[in-house]
Design a protein around this ligand. Structure first.
Ligand code: GTP
Ligand code: MG
Length: 195
């Protein structure tokens, strides 16, 4: 599925700019700087396909990537804190919400949670939006390399508990490190199995 020809298709700034809904898609959502773009790079084995950066708010458009014969991969702008002008942030947050609640072909939303921080109030807001929109979401824990095994377990427990009140949650949580490669193959297989 991800061998070779994953390609950037387009950056979208408004709902009417979305590509034709001619196949399924999965998206990567999460707080600014959680590691969405890095995860797409790790999944596709391409170091700089999606733009990753230390500056929160780096991804400011909905970025579409095509996979040969597979779903679109969709890199979303982060929510929460961003180093960008307020008016700009407001615009892309509105687009993010419209996208998450209104894209018919969105098969699964991967919601990324930093293993060091767990689920915050802003995450919960997004999860509730996904519940209301009946979009199945799955939590992907990121930056697992930055915490001890003990703290990983703590983070997983917190997330499990938080997911209990979200009907749209897919129960399996995937622990990943884009840096070290943990969980990447698992996530690839998972995406490849979606129909
Ligand atoms: P926005 O587009 O700004 O919302 O951010 P993003 O969620 O796309 O995050 P991005 O992939 O740009 O990563 C943010 C920072 O975290 C970068 O400095 C990455 O190198 C770092 N990072 C991402 N994933 C990992 C990981 O698994 N391990 C470690 N140690 N660092 C990571
Ligand atoms: Mg990004």
């Amino acid at each position: 599925l991800f061998a070779g020809d994953v390609a950037f298709l387009k950056g979208v700034v408004a709902m009417d700019g979305l590509p034709p809904a001619d196949r399924i898609e999965v998206c990567f959502a999460g707080r600014s700087n959680v590691g969405k773009s890095s995860l797409i790079n790790a999944l596709t084995g391409r170091r700089s396909l999606a733009r990753a950066s230390n500056t929160p708010g780096r991804t400011q458009e909905i970025n579409y990537f095509t996979t040969p014969g597979g779903p679109y991969l969709v890199d979303l702008p982060g929510y929460g804190f961003a180093e960008a002008p307020v008016a700009v942030v407001k615009k892309w947050q509105a687009l993010l919400k419209d996208y998450l609640s209104g894209r018919q072909t969105l098969r699964r939303a991967f919601v990324l949670i930093d293993t060091r921080h767990g689920i915050k109030a802003v995450d919960d807001e997004i999860l509730t939006l996904l519940d209301k929109s009946a979009v199945t979401f799955q939590v992907v824990m990121t930056k697992a390399d930055k915490v001890s095994v003990k703290d990983r377990e703590k983070a997983l427990a917190q997330v499990r508990e938080a997911l209990a009140k979200h009907p749209a949650a897919y129960p399996e949580i995937v622990l990943t490190s884009s840096e070290k490669g943990d969980g990447i193959e698992t996530l690839r297989a998972l995406i490849a199995s979606l129909e």
